[in-house]
Structure formats: C-alpha cells, structure tokens
Design a protein around this ligand. Structure first.
Ligand SMILES: NC(=O)c1ccc[n+]([C@@H]2O[C@H](COP(=O)([O-])OP(=O)(O)OC[C@H]3O[C@@H](n4cnc5c(N)ncnc54)[C@H](OP(=O)(O)O)[C@@H]3O)[C@@H](O)[C@H]2O)c1
Length: 383
C-alpha cells in the first residue's frame, strides 16, 4: 500500500472509526450512568441553552447542507448573527425561519446576562455560488452596510465525486474568492471579544493526496503565460476515485498555509484554521455509498454507530470558537480534528514551498482581475 493511502487509512479512517465507535459510545454510556436526574432529563429532551446576542456576524457557506445547517444553529445559539450563504433561496429562507424559531424557544443560559439586550440573533440568507467568483463580491456587498463586526467566516460548501474542474472551483477557488472579499471587513471591524476567524472545512481525505499540481504539467514550465488556466488542463472526467476531492482539500489547507504566512500577525490578527468535521452521515457521503449499502446501514442502525450526525460534525467545527482566549498569533498550522487542535495533518498541507507553487500557478491567476488582494500582498506583506 502506498504511504499516502496508508496514512489516510490509519490517521483518517481508522482514527475516526475508533473515535466514533469506541470513545463516543463510552462517553454516551458514562453520561447516562453518571448524569444527575436533571442532567438526564436535559439529555433526553435535548435541552440546550443559548447565549445573548453578540451583535457580531458569522458567514457560513453551503449552509443549507448537512453540516452547514447545524453550524448555523450552533452559531445562532452562541449569539452570532448568522448569514446563510447558500445556492437555493427557498431552502435558505426556510432554514433561516426554522433556526429563528428554534432559537426563540431555547432558554437563555443566564437571565442576568440578557439585561439591556434583546438577546436574539438575526439569521439572514444571501445567495452564494462557490463556483461563481462574482458571488463572493455580492456576499461582501451585502454585509458592508451592517455596522456589526464580521467575526467568523466558515468556508463549508464542498462537493465530492463531481467533475474535476467543478470540484476545484467549489472546494478551493470559492473559499479563496470569498476569503479575500471578506478579509478587509474582518480586519476593519475586529472586536476584542471574538478573534476574527476564518475556518476552512478540510477533510482527512487530504492525507490521500501528495500533491495538487502535476509536476509534469506544461503550465509549471511555462510559468503560466495566462493563455490557459490550470483549471482548463484538468481532465473533464468525473472524480470517480475521489482523488481530486483529496487534492482539493489538500489545496484548501495549502491556501490556509499561505494566508497564515502572509497575513500580518499584528493586531488585528486574523486566525486561519482548518477543521475536519469527521466522518459524517450527510448527502456528501451517502451519495457515494450506494443505495443498497445506505439502506442496510440505516436499517441496521450501523450508520449511527459508524458515522457522526450532522450536529456532531458541526460541533467539531464550531469548537474552534471555544478557545475562550484568542489564540496567540501564529504562522504554524492550526488543524482541528474532533473539535481539538493538533489533528494529524500531512506535511504537504503545511509545506510553504508547495503552497507557494499552488499560489503562483493556480490561485494568483484565478484571483487576478476578480478580487482585490490586500495591498502589498505577498512575501513582503508580512510586517
Ligand atoms: N460528511 C463528511 O463525512 C465530511 C468529511 C470531511 C469533510 N467534509 C466537508 O464538510 C463540508 C460540508 O459537507 P456535508 O457533509 O455537510 O455535505 P452536504 O450535506 O452535501 O453539504 C454540502 C453543501 O455544499 C453546498 N454546495 C455544493 N456546491 C456548491 C456551490 N457550487 N456553491 C455553493 N454551495 C455549494 C451544498 O449546497 P446545496 O445545499 O444547494 O446542495 C451543500 O449545502 C464539505 O466541505 C465537505 O467536504 C464532510
């Protein structure tokens, strides 16, 4: 077995299964045995509490999807004004109404904290297509007029098993367009309470990929003369073996590496974090499992044992915001797995040299003329 496949099997799939099937089951049993009567009732009823409104904005992409919709709920309970950035207006508006209703019936964590504050976050929808660069600018425009700080961007939208070109557009370029469109707003209005944070939703699948760019590609030699984009040289076949999905997630993490190295670490420092939600039973996975297997896994209840629910996947992402103290400014890789920093990431994902190559041949040409990069952006930009 190749080294990269081996590390994915061990540090991705096996670790995740161990976490879900053993550690999680043990935790559930312990919670049931040792919870107080009140705690057990809360567990049964699923009672949670919400925090008063922070009057800070969080943008979540792909928010009508499995994990995304639960991230919206979690952030709203934490008091953030959440912008649902998604493709479908009807589903987006319905989700906004649904979350508003859920939040409205959720008790406040502390009654005293609500004094002087109506405590209700706002939930709004904005149309967003990760494969359309202009969409990122529209999201920025829609937030610009609000006076609230923009504290969180979660690049969650993602696809798997589609054409190789679309996979890279949605999983890599979309997050790059949106991040650069929103970075100025995040920096301008940074607060002391929430460190402005960009979370790129990564995947342990990145461990399967050793490179994003094909070293044989003529583009690398020609240094990209602008006549042909890297996307155009991708084969137009479907990503049946999910190799492009793995590469797109590696590329997304390399994009984070670029940001961490080139954004200033002085105030206001913008945290750039990669977070893997775990193996989560959402359409993304189900669509690639086969109808028969899906029916069997669901019917036997095995799906609940093997996979995380969408809510658990969302918690693993939103846990990034739990560090009560802003993390010190860092250029080191920050990768969350199962809601904890320090997950196993590949050396390629943290490689600055590989990341620069990606920047030079893919990201820079794609962003040029579409999005304004920070003034002086590049190696000289660091303070
Ligand atoms: N599920 C897992 O086990 C797992 C593991 C590791 C990482 N992840 C990552 O977690 C993220 C969320 O995935 P999920 O499991 O929640 O899958 P999902 O239920 O399929 O959700 C994916 C979301 O992405 C949106 N999306 C797809 N193409 C888009 C485009 N062109 N523009 C804007 N939005 C688009 C979808 O929009 P529609 O609602 O309009 O379809 C959907 O809301 C993805 O980045 C995925 O790679 C998932």
């Amino acid at each position: 077995m190749k080294r990269n496949v081996m590390r994915w099997v061990i540090h991705g799939v096996a670790t995740e299964l161990f976490h879900n099937m053993i550690l999680r089951t043990f935790r559930r049993v312990r919670q049931n045995f040792f919870a107080t009567d009140e705690g057990r009732l809360e567990l049964e009823k699923g009672v949670r509490y919400r925090q008063p409104s922070k009057r800070e904005i969080a943008v979540v992409t792909g928010a009508t999807g499995g994990i995304g919709s639960k991230i919206v709920h979690d952030l709203a309970l934490r008091g953030y004004d959440v912008v649902i950035a998604a493709r479908d207006a009807t589903r987006g508006e319905e989700l906004a109404t649904h979350i508003r209703d859920l939040v409205a019936v959720t008790p406040l964590e502390s009654v005293e904290e609500s004094s002087g504050n109506d405590g209700m976050p706002t939930i709004s929808f904005i149309e967003y297509h990760a494969d359309v660069p202009q969409s990122a600018l529209n999201v920025a425009l829609s937030i610009k007029d609000s006076r609230s700080p923009l504290s969180i961007l979660i690049n969650n939208a993602g696809i798997m098993g589609k054409s190789k070109k679309l996979t890279m557009q949605v999983n890599l370029l979309g997050p790059a367009y949106l991040t650069f469109a929103l970075l100025p707003l995040m920096a301008e209005r940074a607060t002391r309470t929430t460190p402005p944070t960009v979370i790129n939703v990564a995947s342990s699948a990145h461990l399967r990929a050793t490179h994003v760019l094909d070293d044989e590609s003529p583009l690398l030699e020609k240094n990209n003369d602008g006549n042909q984009s890297w996307l155009d040289i991708l084969p137009s076949v479907s990503d049946n073996d999910l190799s492009t999905y793995a590469q797109s997630k590696l590329a997304l993490m390399q994009f984070s590496t670029i940001l961490r190295n080139w954004l200033p670490t002085s105030d206001p420092h913008i945290r750039i974090v990669d977070a893997h939600p775990g193996l989560v039973w959402t359409p993304l996975l189900r669509d690639h499992t086969g109808d028969k297997a899906v029916r069997l896994l669901t019917w036997t209840g095995l799906a609940n044992l093997i996979y995380k629910s969408s809510s658990e996947g969302a918690q693993a992402i939103v846990a990034v915001m739990d560090s009560s103290q802003p993390t010190p400014a860092t250029r080191n890789q920050v990768y969350y797995v199962n809601g904890e920093p320090g997950g196993y990431a590949s050396s390629e994902s943290a490689s600055f040299d590989d990341s620069i190559k990606l920047w030079k041949h893919v990201l820079a040409p794609a962003l040029e003329g579409v999005i304004d990069l920070p003034k002086g952006w590049g190696p000289k930009y660091v303070e």
